[in-house]
Design a protein around this ligand. Sequence first.
Ligand SMILES: [Zn+2]
Length: 466
Amino acid sequence: MAHPKTDAVAARAASQLEATLARLGEYLRFPAISSDPAHAGDVRALAERIAKDLDALGFANARVLEVAGALPAVAAEWMKAPGKPTIVVYGHLDLQPVKNEPWDTDPHTLVKKGDRVYARGSADDMGGWVSHLGAIAAWLDVAGELPCNIKLFIEGEEEIGSPNLEAYMDAFPDAFAADVMILTDCENPSPTLPGLTVSLRGLLELEITCESLKSDVHSGLWGNLLPDPSIALMMLVSRLVDADGRLALGRQEVPAAWREDAWNVPLTDDVIRSAGRLIDGVDRLPDHGKPPAEWIWRQPAVTVLSTSLPQPGHEKNAIRTKASAVLSFRVAPGQTGDELYALVEKVLTTSPPGGVKLTITRRGKPGHSWLYTPKGPAFEAADRAYERAWGRGLLQIGVGGTIPFVALFGRRFGDLPLILNGVMDPETGAHGPNESMHLGVFEKAILANVHLYAELGAVESLAKKG
Ligand SMILES: [Zn+2]
């Protein structure tokens, strides 16, 4: 069974909510904006402050870590539970910029309004990992110990794409040696539905070019005899999509049980209309039996990023020499960019319209998709913990975009249980003005952590053998 003091610890954590919020507010005063070199000193000052606080909290070896050319990170550990599993908690202390954003209140001051608190980083991601400090403090206060071993790793470069996180993993392998990882920077579908992120879409960018003539020629003299590359380009793009304009290639099967659960994701027509910024008179694309969450999380998609079709203001009665488009594909979880590329290439290169000369070029850095199957005792423990704190288990959700740190953890530690959760919800507005965190979510996140440590600590089979 879980630790006998768990309920007392949970009560303590709940009664200390204001103190935990005060700690969060202090950290949020640091404008630790990683994308702006002028704030590098703030990132460092915050890292040093956190290391000092972790030491005071009872962690051993609380330290600011460095690798060459990177902003600092913080690591600390509490390893006094021999034979019990070791958890790594990952979070990030850096912030998105706030410049030129219309904030209603000071972005670097935690302000409480109604059931939310507002500040840059409140939910992304300071609230995420501070929810662990709230749980840890309560355990140490009440029980004088933690029910499992915990290592914290708080990165300072997540908001610039974690460019040196792998270098940290290589330089400080001990900081990442664990039986379970909890990655705190993800979202909940609503303040009453806790989310477990299990998939990401990847990214594939292609430029397609159609060429047919050595120079522009008169369209009155030659129209109907020569292939128009602009028309060919549009015909080729339309080959990729169905009648709704959705990518028709590379569709994925999803498990029926997952699909059933995905209908519970509160992506209602109203939410899609408002959050998706639809204009009046235009509706969202039809479901065709797939829940909206499946369309954005589990199916591949295509977007036109740019074209070199003849531009407004440059009209002339001529067939042009060539036309090109840059297309961005969201690669489905479990699908590789190469697989999707092969499908796209086959469709485009099969008899191009009018026999135009077609070139397909890959652009940019590909983003890997990720699909994870949360199975085994760690996830059963997590569901029990969330039942206690939220009144229901974790809902498996996806992310339509690409998060570099998640893909990296998935690649390096995919054989470990990876619990991707957090304190964001659809109203959070991360990366925009008036970012906020729901107070009920914060409290439930702290309580879920209290129970999660106890539940994981009680699972003997999690601890590494040997
Ligand atoms: Zn984040």
